[in-house]
Design a protein around this ligand. Structure first.
Ligand code: ADP
Ligand code: MG
Length: 690
């Protein structure tokens, strides 16, 4: 395999242009070929001016009748053209004297742009154009691709570069890493053919199909991209599992003690997930397992029982939560479960300072703390474990592939990798899970503990606030508790908590007989923790909060959840928030307050919430409404950065992608790294096979 040729090896590409291309992720000739068009324009046909309509993007041509510089609010050049069938004005706000000369009366011009209605009939602002002999050239012989552009590189320039790249590519630049046998009877073209097609589709190409990105040429590229992502995750897994893990053998006595102390029995789904986890942990290969289950299905307990196995085997467990609030809560739960059994649980968060922190660090290093709960600070700072063998990551959609990689580095001891157990409440459809979590085995908890009554969801206009306040009073006087979640006014950091403070003050006034607490992200963590503790113990009846309580918070006596400005929140977030209620034996309600007018998307989201409590249904609708990138947490997964593929649209390719990934790893291992590099970049990070 030879080194890829840099773009600078193309004629006319110097360092300056190369620097600008870098902003598009283009370094090599091959990268240029994989810079795919966003859309296409039909310039193959010249539209007579008399047929041109406002809003139409079209190629037109004519003779210049008049060019003048005018002041209409600002200096501009107006060029009037005609073709015998009609007239058109071209308007330029930026122009040079040379351009003005070129557009002298009588010149022939061919231009392209979007026509719009102007003062004197149709006009095009800043059209792309050619004059003189250039304008007389035959119209384009294929659809014109429109590329993502960056400052300093025009569409025209890019098109030319891509063309040159296409002409000059040899098989050396463009090796097809997907063996043809893997595409047999898929009706997908070979790579080179696919690329030529997407960059220069013939005039009779099915434009609608292309615009939808459903053309076989595009699907061929999508297939390859999905394959590359799949492979990168599988390599990540191989890389982690190339080191030994700790085979944890124990008779399960500690687990049994823990179970015996519980006031309830595990659900069948919990038992099944736990059995799968235990099997993994007994092996000398590091576990990489995801436990997926709807909010409230009891994942924390499963994690605790897995922890018991590691602790009994004499090793340590780290439990990582996405927020301090959740870390506090987990620490409380784990202490409640483990301390009576003589097992120490330490808490480590980023905000801890001084003595408390030193003491916690020491107990972790010395191995006194068998279980360490914390935020990501657990793996960022100078935390040394005495004998770490299991890392539990809660609510994994907040963590991603890269964090998993860094975990691998920081968690290793004596060449051993800790087992990884990842828990997520984002229930995603199976095909999506296979792709997004290709590096993980998946256990599903598809059952809620018995005795739960489904949360009743009501959608209410904000104008009915007073009724809502009454319902809170009633619920609290009956001994229950309530949450009031405040809106995110805008993106600014200050506003959410100000809004929460104002709402809390207003509610305190309206409900003087209730004890009320407030938590928001800006509070010192000790104060937050104190308030949460008081809410948990029932001392606080109404908790006003920002969305910090979104994940994981567990207070079974709370039965009423009010969410203000629900129209601004995404489905996943609403479902998470709603999951805070309906956790005990009393029936619960979720009141979604909205401020009119509702967009059609918001209306749809609220309807989904009203109609179902099933996290899988919510997730599927969320996927349809928003796309997979958002559902999985855009930046973290890297999935949203896919160039052609779309997990939803191309879902039918996924089974074939899976088979191809296995075949490549087994039979063509040397082709894996270049394929990943082509689509995902930084293949080094994922390691190499072979
Ligand atoms: P999540 O899966 O959302 O993290 P939690 O672990 O917070 O759910 O559990 C929700 C609640 O259900 C907790 O109060 C927990 O103690 C309780 N719980 C867990 N398992 C069971 C069970 N098998 N039977 C009854 N309650 C359970
Ligand atoms: Mg949880």
């Amino acid at each position: 395999m030879s080194e890829p040729r840099p773009v600078t090896s193309l004629r006319g590409v110097g360092d300056t242009l190369a620097g600008r291309l870098l902003a598009l992720g283009v370094e090599t000739i091959q990268d240029l070929l994989f810079l795919l068009p966003l859309r296409y324009e039909d310039r193959t046909r010249v539209v007579p001016l008399g047929e041109l309509r406002a809003g139409q993007r079209a190629a037109v041509e004519g003779e210049v009748l008049l060019t003048e510089v005018a002041f209409r609010g600002r200096r501009q050049m107006l060029c009037r053209i005609g073709d015998g069938s009609g007239f058109l004005t071209l308007r330029f706000f930026y122009f040079t004297a040379k351009q003005q000369d070129g557009l002298a009366r009588g010149a022939r011009i061919r231009c392209f742009g979007e026509a719009r209605r102007g003062v004197k009939g149709l006009e095009i602002v800043h059209p792309e154009y050619r004059v003189g002999p250039q304008a007389a050239r035959a119209p384009e012989d294929h659809l014109t691709p429109i590329y993502p552009i960056t400052s300093g590189v025009t569409q025209g320039r890019l098109r030319m570069l891509v063309r040159m790249a296409l002409e000059q590519t040899t098989d050396r630049d463009l090796e097809d890493w997907v063996p043809p046998s893997l595409l047999a009877d898929s009706r997908l073209p070979a790579l080179r053919e696919a690329l030529i097609y997407v960059h220069t589709p013939p005039t009779d190409a099915p434009v609608d199909l292309l615009l939808d990105r459903r053309h076989p040429a595009q699907r061929r590229l999508a297939f390859e991209e999905l394959l590359a992502h799949q492979l990168s995750l599988k390599l990540l897994r191989q890389r982690i599992q190339s080191d030994p893990g700790w085979p944890l053998k124990s008779d399960g006595a500690l687990k049994e003690k823990l179970l015996a102390a519980l006031p309830f029995r595990l659900t069948r789904a919990q038992v099944r997930a736990l059995r799968e986890i235990e099997q993994d942990m007994r092996c000398p290969i590091p576990m990489l397992r995801l436990v997926q289950g709807d909010v409230g299905c009891g994942k924390t307990l499963v994690a605790a029982l897995a922890a018991a196995l590691a602790v009994q085997a004499g090793r340590q467990v780290a439990l990582m939560a996405p927020t301090e609030l959740l870390a506090d809560q987990h620490a409380q739960n784990f202490r409640h479960w483990f301390e009576p059994l003589g097992i120490a649980v330490a808490l480590l968060t980023g905000r801890q300072t001084g003595k408390a922190r030193d003491a916690a660090l020491l107990s972790v290093r010395a191995g006194h703390a068998a279980i360490v709960v914390g935020t990501h600070a657990l793996f960022q700072e100078h935390v040394e474990f005495a004998a770490l063998a299991l890392v539990i990551v809660d609510e994994q959609h907040r963590f991603g592939v890269h964090q998993r990689l860094s975990l691998r580095k920081k968690g290793a001891q004596d060449g051993h990798q800790p087992h990884q157990l990842i828990m997520t409440a984002t229930p995603i459809p199976r095909t999506l899970a296979m792709t997004a979590y290709a590096d993980l085995d998946v256990s599903v908890i598809d059952e809620l503990p018995p005795g739960r009554t489904p949360v009743k969801t009501v959608v209410l206009a904000d104008a009915r606030r007073e009724e809502v306040v009454l319902r809170i009073r009633t619920a609290c006087l009956e001994g229950r508790q309530a949450y009031w979640v405040c809106p995110l006014i805008d993106e600014s950091e200050e506003m959410p908590y100000q809004a929460a403070e104002e709402t809390a003050a207003a509610l305190a006034e309206a409900l003087p007989e209730l004890s009320l607490g407030l938590v928001h992200g800006r509070m010192p963590s000790a104060a937050k923790e104190r308030t949460m503790r008081r809410f948990k113990s029932g001392e606080i009846q109404l908790l006003v909060a920002t969305t910090v309580i979104e994940v994981g918070v567990d207070v079974p006596n709370a039965t009423l959840m009010v969410i203000e400005n629900a129209e601004r929140m995404g489905l996943a977030q609403l479902h998470q928030l709603r999951g805070r209620v309906g956790r005990g034996q009393h029936s619960s309600s979720c009141l979604l307050l909205y401020r009119a007018p509702l967009s059609s998307l918001a209306r749809e989201r609220l309807a989904v919430m009203r109609n179902t409590n099933d996290g899988f249904v919510v997730a599927r609708r969320d996927l349809e409404l928003r796309g997979p990138g958002e559902l999985l947490g855009t930046r973290q997964t890297g999935l949203a950065q896919m160039r052609v593929a779309d997990l939803l649209r191309d879902a039918d390719l996924l089974p074939r992608v899976q088979i191809a990934a296995q075949a490549l790893l087994r039979d063509w291992p040397l082709q894996v790294a270049p394929l990943i590099r082509r689509w995902v970049g930084h293949a080094e990070q994922y390691g190499r096979v072979g």
